[in-house]
Design a protein around this ligand. Structure first.
Ligand code: UGA
Length: 458
């Protein structure tokens, strides 16, 4: 085996690793997915994806059947099998602060390295603080057999939940952080399937070859930019609320300028998920360590704007229900609120740092009786927030409600018939936390409508 058709392993079969393993088998590579979690490996081996991602189940089953894809819990097997080993383990926020916890990365590398008997490439994909690739290189030097000549590279990924298959098969760029020609050639071979697919579709995938530090920074810089873009439009929403303007029209109007662009300018309850919130915090912590903390001070503001949007929903609830809003928040006791949406975005079952659940907690703390409904996220939501009611259907959630809050823009909610829902509720009041409903249609159906950064419609 070698550079012609390298065999690939993916360490960590969470969101990132499982998706990559499955998609690279689909591209024609022989792939081994690894995890220390035996239950996860058993599930995947039986053809079940442990999370919700459109299209992935089918590809998993297909490539298990063809024999291109296998899963294992043995580091030794991974070392024997692979020419290129992708590190895809999690880098969560540390319990004691904002920095990233690198213990899973360290464990993967130091457990794999001693088994590497021939030349191989270890490629970092996890989101990490700048400097991690260099540190991994030292770990490899210390733990791998000296004569094996194991090398390290960095190649961050940019997949979005809900579009993960598409993002892996058809990425909009590939970043190659390398220190040698051999590593460069090997990483190219490991992505040849992606380039070949692009060629058959008459597309090009741009490649940016960089040093380690730049490759690591590309990832966090991209996420910091996206978070900033969302908080920018949410800051405009705050100003629009004060001025009686409409942020959805404002976003559309500025978005026509190609230098600004119309994507990621949806004002609402802000960003959540397993990446953006923790990444901007870890980035600040790392910049601080490097003596460049001042450069990222604005990310603190980005975080604050994002948090304030969650509180805004509670404030709007008090306003619509005509409850006083004291220093400790409003008193919503006795009020029945239907919350539609629990996941951090639609087409996902992920509730990590979900704005919807954070708002559910705030509403419950204010004394409201909360009914939650989400098409995919109920099981995960129940584990996160236990002391509220979960319902099996949209209609069940809104039955008898004094207020309806749409907090994740699932298609089911966008398509809901305001007339029919109006028959079920106790009061026709709706907060559109994602600006995903048509205020004209809902108002015409007798609803008092409040959006985010939008004027009162009547
Ligand atoms: C994000 C990035 O978009 C990916 O490029 C990156 O690879 C990934 O993190 C990662 O680091 O692994 P993801 O977390 O799947 O992907 O979610 P996004 O689609 O970026 O959405 C993040 C949050 O922002 C969601 O809560 C979404 O509702 C919110 N959002 C997004 C807005 O509030 N407004 C927008 O205009 C766009």
């Amino acid at each position: 085996s070698g550079a012609a058709r390298p065999r690939l392993t993916f360490l960590g079969t969470g969101y990132l690793g499982a998706t990559y393993a499955i998609c690279f088998a689909e591209l024609g590579y022989e792939v081994l997915g690894f995890d220390v979690d035996k239950a996860k490996i058993a599930m995947l081996s039986e053809g079940q994806v442990p999370f919700h991602e459109p299209g992935l189940d089918e590809l998993l089953r297909k490539n298990l059947a063809s024999g291109k894809l296998r899963f294992s819990t043995s580091y030794e097997e991974v070392a024997d099998f692979g020419d290129v080993h992708f590190i895809c383990v999690g880098t969560p926020q540390r319990a004691d602060g904002m920095a990233a916890d690198l213990s899973y990365v360290e464990s993967a590398v130091t457990n794999l390295a001693p088994h590497l008997k021939r030349k191989a490439l270890i490629v970092g994909k996890s989101t990490v603080p700048v400097g991690t690739a260099e540190w991994i290189e030292q770990l490899v030097r210390r733990h791998a057999p000296a004569d094996a000549g194991v090398e390290v590279a960095w190649s961050p990924e940019f997949l979005q939940e809900g579009f993960a298959v598409e993002d892996v098969l058809r990425p909009n760029r590939i970043i190659v952080g390398v220190r040698s020609e051999w590593a460069n050639a090997m990483l190219y071979a490991a992505h040849k399937g992606v380039f070949d697919l692009a060629m058959t579709e008459d597309r090009e995938v741009p490649v940016v070859v960089t040093d380690f530090a730049t490759a690591e920074l590309v990832k966090v810089a991209a996420n910091a930019f996206l978070a900033t873009k969302i908080s920018f439009i949410n800051a405009m929403a705050e100003v629009c609320e004060a001025a009686g303007a409409d942020v959805t029209l404002l976003a559309r109007a500025i978005g026509y300028d190609p230098r600004i662009g119309n994507k990621f300018l949806r004002a609402g309850v802000g960003f959540g998920g397993g990446c953006l919130p923790k990444d901007i915090r870890a980035f600040q912590a790392r910049a601080q360590e490097l003596g460049a903390g001042e450069a990222l001070r604005f990310l603190h503001e980005v975080d604050l704007i994002n948090q304030r949007r969650r509180q805004r929903v509670v404030q709007l609830a008090a306003e619509l229900l005509e409850r006083p809003y004291g220093p400790a928040g409003p008193d919503l006791s006795g009020v029945r609120v239907a919350v539609l949406g629990a996941t951090f975005k639609p087409n996902s079952d992920d509730v990590r740092d979900s704005p919807a659940l954070s708002i559910v907690r705030k509403l419950a703390r204010s004394g409201a009786q909360v009914n939650v409904y989400d098409p995919e996220g109920m099981e995960n939501a129940k584990r996160e927030v236990g002391d509220v009611s979960y319902t099996k259907a949209l209609t069940e959630a809104v039955a008898g409600a004094d207020l309806v809050c749409v907090l994740t823009e699932w298609e089911e909610f966008r398509n809901a018939d305001p007339q029919a829902l109006g028959e079920l509720v106790a009061g026709r009041k709706v907060i559109d936390g994602r600006n995903c409903l048509d205020p004209v249609v809902w108002t015409a159906a007798g609803w008092e409508y409040r959006g985010m950064g939008r004027p009162v419609f009547s």
